[in-house]
Design a protein around this ligand. Sequence first.
Ligand code: CA
Length: 231
Amino acid sequence: MADRPHILIVEDERDLSDLLTYNLKRAGYSTSTASGGRTALETATRHAPDLILLDLLLPELPGTEAAARLRAEPATASIPIIMLTAKGEENDQVIGLRLGADDYITKPFSMRELLARIHAHLRRVASFETSEEEIFEDGALHVDRARFEVRLEGERVHLTKKEFDLLWLLIRNRGRVVTRDAILARLWDYDADVETRTVDVHIRSLRRKLGDERIETVVGLGYRYRDTQSP
Ligand code: CA
C-alpha cells in the first residue's frame, strides 16, 4: 500500500486505547479511535479503515453485535476485524468469530503479538489488492503505480507524492464516493493539524494536471473517480 494503512481502534478503556494508538503510530500506521459500538460503526463507514481492532465488551453495543453489523454493511463488509477479548470470555470469542471477526486476541496481550497479527491480516488483503492491479488505464490516462508514473496522451505528468497517493486511492475506489474524512485518514495523520480544505486543494491540483472530467465532486460527501470510458 502506498499510503499508510489505517486502523480503527474500538476500545472503551482509555489507557489501552491510548497505548494502542501510540504503538500503532510508531509502527507506521495511521489510526482513529472510537469508544463505543455505535460510534465504531459510524467511524468505520466514514474512514473506511484497512483493519478494525474491536473490543468485545463495549458500551452502547457489544463487540459481537458491532462485528455483525459491520459485516452486514457492504461498505465495511470486507474490512478485517481483530477482536480484543479478556480471559473468561471464550464463549463470546466463539460467537464473535461466528459473527464475522477474522481473529481474536486475549487481553493482556503483548504489543508484538498484536502487531504480528495485524501485519498478517493486512498482508492478506494487500496481496489480494496489488495482484489485482498495479497499472491503470483509462482512455488517455495511464497510471503505473509501481513506477510512480502518470502519463496523459503519452506525456509524462508530474505529481507530488500526496497527489499520486490521492489519485490512486480514488482509482482503487472508482465508481464509489471517497469521503474527505476517509482521504484525510488515509493520506494524512488524522491528529495532525490538517483541515478538510487541504483535500480540496490537492483535488484542484490533480484536476489542473489531469483534466476536470475524471474527478467528480459529490456535494457534501467527497469525491469520486469516474471512468471516462464507461458508458
Ligand atoms: Ca471494554
